[in-house]
Structure formats: structure tokens, C-alpha cells
Design a protein around this ligand. Structure first.
Ligand code: C5P
Length: 406
């Protein structure tokens, strides 16, 4: 379940063309089980109507500090006291400057100023032209807002409504949602670096053909996302998959097992945890033809011979940092039957403290799975659920083991 379910968020809109994304954001928040109270500045109403935001949030929208619907006529107090967070999206350059100076000449800034700072976090999603964003005044304001404990989200990069291209546009609704979810998630891996491998590998036979497997990478990507939500710095080494990179995760794309080994060796030095979910091909063609192997009329088929790929996980698990307990290694065993026996044997063979078993054919490409966590003391089942939910549970489990280890 999302960390946002049941939360009450005040969504503030200041004036900017990115306000159209706030409509989508409001809808997405409501879908996650959030109650959304919209507050708009007068400038915001030039870009988006209160009617639209009311329809999407299912609640009356506040636009004025003189709103007589409030019995005590103190909308700025009442609205800020009941919120789990205030999210201002879009936050214009002017609105951020106002926040910085404690300006309070309309409801939204007044409410931000009046919020109990220790209880109600303030998150802002800046939105502006690239010159405005890069202006030293804005950059100074952003640094100072962060210093004041305000959570300033990144800006997006690309085409802007003004026709220019660069930094400063507001993040997309789903990106803000992801950052907000990460904001509320317990930071059980804060300060830790996690390296994840995911997906299949592709072993070339010739320039147009190769052998691979049915791994979709979904489980590994979900784990990378969950680790980032838990506050870790995450590096994801991905085989050939068609999946978007989870927000805040650094991704390196590779093709073959040898590429993957290379990337892992380069990245593993700084890691505290290595989670090897990739379905690495066990063998590769002994030689990959430079040119396409042509079919001729002889009826003869090409004779392929194979060599074994390096076992990346076993390799890492034998490194001095892993052996001394500085690097916690987790393997995945995709089996078709006898999960417990195979996962137990594989854990010992690979020399890792934790092996996660799953039934490969039942889960490859799917959005759900079931896991069996096997360690030196026995096995624990994580019953059938979405890959996202299982990833979050697995990260919690690994975080606990890290705490025990110190
Ligand atoms: O032996 P098997 O492929 O089933 O082992 C699964 C575990 O070992 C997974 O964690 C997988 O990522 C890892 N592995 C590896 N390099 C290989 C083969 C498997 O890292 N060549």
C-alpha cells in the first residue's frame, strides 16, 4: 500500500502555466487515498479554475483569507492545523521569494507562515522559465528555503511553455507523487548505498541474434525503487528491459553477463548492500560471429558451443568487504519446483547470507510474485502480493538485518 493512503494534504497552487499539471496531480493523489484540500492564489486562478480543482478534489477550494465559510474566519489556521503536509505545486519564483521573507498578503503564503513547522512539513515544486530558475536570486532563495527546512523538489528539464528549453519546468504529476511517497516513507536505509542488478542478460550469437531469458526486470526495479524510498543511494545495473528508471535511482544499462560483471565491479566498492535479482545467463556462445550467420541450401545447422559465464553474485560474495560483513549480499533463486531445497542449496553455494526464492515461470513478466526468504536460521515466506509490496517488505527485512549487524 502507498505511504500516502489516509494522508491529508493541502495542495497549494501559485501562479504558473504548470498549474495544468496540478489538476493531474490532484487526481493522482485522490486515487492514492489522500484527501486533498486545494488552496489557490489569485494568480493561480488565471491558469486554472477553482471549479476544476473542486471537482477533482471533491472539496471546496479556498482562495481568500477573508473566506467567511470558516466560523472563526481563520482559514489560514484551520487549514494548516489539519494537514499532514502542505505541497505547493506550482511554486512560482515570486511565491518562493515571498515564503523566504515570511510574506503573508494572501491565504496560501499566510497559511504556510502560520503552519506549525515541527508538525506540518512544507514541500514546494518550483515551476518557472529557465532564466528565472538560473537567476542567482532564485538559486539563493532555493538554498535559503532548504536551510529553513522547506523541502524543495527538483525541477524538470526540457521544452518550456515560453518556447525555450532548459531547467525550471515543474516535475510531472507522477514524479511529484513519487517524491511525495518517498518523503513519507520510513528512512530505514538512510545513508546506505544499495547496488541492484535486474533483468535478463543478452548473449550475442551474431550481430542480429542472441540468447536471453524471460526476466522482465520488474522485481529488481521495484526493489531499487523501494530502496530509494527507504532513503538509500541506489545504483541499478539493468540488462535489456523496457522499464522506466525509478525516480532518484542511478541506472547503468548493460547487455551481456560480462558487461554486467564489469559494471558491478565498478560500482560495488561504495555499496553497503548488493541485491542480485538479475537473471544472468549461465552460458554464452563461445564465440560471437562478427557477421550474420547465413542460412545456406546445405540443410546444415550452425554448431554452437558455449562457455560458462562468471557468477557475478558468487564473485561479489567472495570479496573481502562481503566476507568481513561490510557488504550485505542478497541473491535471488528463480526455480520451477522445490523452492526451499534449491534456494537453501544455492545460498550455501553462492556464500550469501540471504537468498530469496521465487517460482520463475509463475512470475516472469507479471506484476505479482511470492517470495521465500532463506537465511542460516531457516525460511520465511512473503505471501503472494504485488512486486512493489514485496519489494518494500524485502527492503524492510534487509534494513532490520543491517541494523542488527550495526
Ligand atoms: O544459479 P542461479 O542463476 O539460479 O543463481 C541465481 C542468483 O545468482 C541470482 O541472484 C543471480 O543474479 C545470480 N547470478 C549471477 N551470475 C550468474 C548467475 C547467477 O550473479 N552468472
Amino acid at each position: 500500500m502507498s505511504t500516502l493512503a489516509g494522508k491529508h494534504i493541502v495542495l497549494g497552487l501559485s501562479g504558473g502555466i504548470a498549474a495544468f499539471k496540478s489538476a493531474e496531480l490532484c487526481r493522482a493523489l485522490v486515487k492514492e487515498g489522500v484527501t486533498v484540500q486545494v488552496v489557490m492564489t489569485e494568480a493561480a486562478e488565471h491558469f486554472m479554475t477553482a471549479v476544476t480543482m473542486q471537482a477533482l478534489s471533491g472539496r471546496q477550494v479556498y482562495t481568500s483569507q477573508w473566506d467567511s465559510r470558516e466560523a472563526n474566519n481563520m482559514a489560514h489556521i484551520n487549514l494548516s492545523r489539519e494537514a499532514d503536509a502542505i505541497l505547493v505545486a506550482p511554486a512560482s519564483a515570486d511565491f518562493m521569494a515571498k515564503l523566504l521573507h515570511g510574506g503573508a498578503d494572501e491565504l496560501l503564503s499566510l497559511m504556510c507562515l502560520a503552519r506549525p513547522i515541527d508538525k506540518v512539513p512544507l514541500i514546494v515544486a518550483p515551476a518557472m522559465n529557465r532564466e528565472m530558475w538560473n537567476n542567482p536570486a532564485t538559486q539563493r532563495n532555493v538554498a535559503q528555503l532548504k536551510g529553513d527546512g522547506i523541502h524543495v523538489l527538483d525541477v524538470g528539464q526540457g521544452d518550456q511553455a515560453c518556447g525555450e528549453t532548459g531547467d525550471g519546468r515543474m516535475l510531472e504529476a507522477e514524479e511529484i507523487l513519487e517524491d511525495l511517497e518517498a518523503f513519507f516513507a520510513p528512512k530505514t536505509l538512510l545513508g546506505k548505498a544499495v547496488l541492484v542488478t535486474a533483468g535478463p542478460t543478452y548473449e550475442a550469437i551474431d550481430p542480429v541474434r542472441g540468447i536471453t531469458n524471460l526476466s522482465s526486470g520488474k522485481m529488481g526495479f521495484a526493489i531499487a525503487r523501494a530502496a530509494r524510498m527507504a532513503g538509500a543511494k541506489v545504483m541499478l545495473v539493468a540488462g535489456p528491459v523496457h522499464l522506466p528508471t525509478p525516480r532518484g535511482v542511478h541506472r547503468i544499462d548493460v547487455r551481456s553477463a560480462l558487461h554486467m560483471l564489469d559494471a558491478v565491479q565498478q560500482q560495488v566498492h561504495g555499496a553497503d548492500v548488493f541485491i542480485s535479482t538479475a537473471a544472468v545467463a549461465d552460458w554464452r556462445p563461445a564465440r560471437s560471429a562478427e557477421k550474420k550467420i547465413k542460412k545456406d541450401d546445405s540443410g546444415q545447422t550452425p554448431q554452437l558451443s558455449f562457455v560458462e559465464n562468471p557468477d557475478i553474485l558468487a564473485h561479489v560474495a567472495q570479496s573481502p568487504r562481503a566476507v568481513s560483513g561490510q557488504l550485505f549480499c542478497v541473491g535471488f533463486a528463480a526455480e520451477s519446483h522445490d523452492l526451499l531445497a534449491h534456494a537453501t542449496a544455492k545460498r550455501l553455494r553462492k556464500g550469501v547470507p540471504l537468498m530469496v526464492g521465487n517460482i520463475g515461470p509463475a512470475t516472469f513478466g507479471k506484476d505479482d510474485n511470492a517470495l521465500l526468504l532463506v537465511d542460516e536460521f531457516g525460511a520465511r515466506e512473503l505471501p503472494h502480493a504485488s512486486k512493489w509490496s514485496l519489494a518494500a517488505q524485502l527492503i524492510q527485512d534487509i534494513s532490520k538485518r543491517m541494523r542488527v549487524q550495526g
